[in-house]
Design a protein around this ligand. Structure first.
Ligand code: MN
Length: 247
């Protein structure tokens, strides 16, 4: 059996880190697949990530039902997490956010592409899902499995997708990788906008460079204070949460 308390500590930390780094605000959420039951995942009750504490973490099945009777209100858009976990056994953590710099790339036709080594895990080109294509005029929220599954078709086998006029989804192999990709996806959007303003052709990372960066992450994931965990310690310190080394 896994140490669920330790995982929930990390999930709460992820909520606080994403808030501190400006990736989420009153909205946005992060989930973690249950290590002992792939048909379940952990996600906070409907609360701003900055305020999430361990008692807020609930368990859901892949159809979006909370396993606890009489549970407090859940995020409406939990179906994003359900649909990704349903379609992608490789994914252990999902983030949905509306960070500001991403939005222009979902509405202008300018493709978000990796401009810097640490941003490579967004993939070679971030696809854009438009809910209007199949669902017409809505409030843009992913309110059911049909919308979630449609979004996941755009995500494909990748780590990221933009949602037109709304935000993005991140699907990663671990919680720390999801947080890393969410933070650097926002950085990439900001840097790419600066580069576009400077004019001229932008040299993006090549597919081979992107593949090499994914391999680096695979090699270093969850090793104490190696690259990703070093960043995790830094983010924990900034967000004022206790850093616990991987076990
Ligand atoms: Mn949203």
């Amino acid at each position: 059996m896994s140490n669920i308390d330790a995982l929930i500590h990390d999930l709460v930390s992820a909520n606080r880190i994403l808030a501190h780094e400006g990736i989420v605000d009153g909205f946005g959420h992060v989930s973690l697949r249950h290590p002992d039951d792939p048909g379940r995942f952990f996600l906070a009750r409907a609360r701003a990530p900055q305020n999430v504490v361990p008692e807020d973490i609930l368990e859901f099945t892949l159809d979006g039902q909370c396993t606890k009777a009489g549970a407090p209100m859940s995020y409406i858009e939990r179906y994003i997490h359900c649909a990704v976990f349903e379609a992608r056994p490789d994914v252990k953590s999902v983030i949905h956010n509306h960070s500001k710099s991403l939005i222009p790339f979902g509405v202008t036709g300018n493709k978000l592409r990796p401009i810097m080594h640490d941003c490579a895990t967004i993939g070679c080109e971030v696809p854009v899902w438009d809910c209007r294509t199949n669902f017409g005029d809505t409030d843009l929220l992913v309110r059911n499995m049909a919308m979630g599954r449609d979004l996941v078709k755009t995500l494909g086998s990748g780590t990221t997708a933009l949602m037109r006029g709304h935000g993005c989804v991140i699907a990663e192999r671990s919680l720390k990788r999801a947080v890393h990709t969410a933070i650097y996806m926002e950085h990439n959007a900001e840097l790419q906008r600066h580069a576009m303003q400077m004019g001229g052709d932008i040299t993006f990372l090549s597919p081979g460079e992107v593949a090499a960066r994914f391999k680096l992450m695979d090699d270093l994931d969850n090793k104490p204070l190696a690259a990703l965990d070093r960043a995790w310690e830094y983010w924990c310190q900034r967000a004022g949460v206790e850093y616990r080394p991987p076990v």
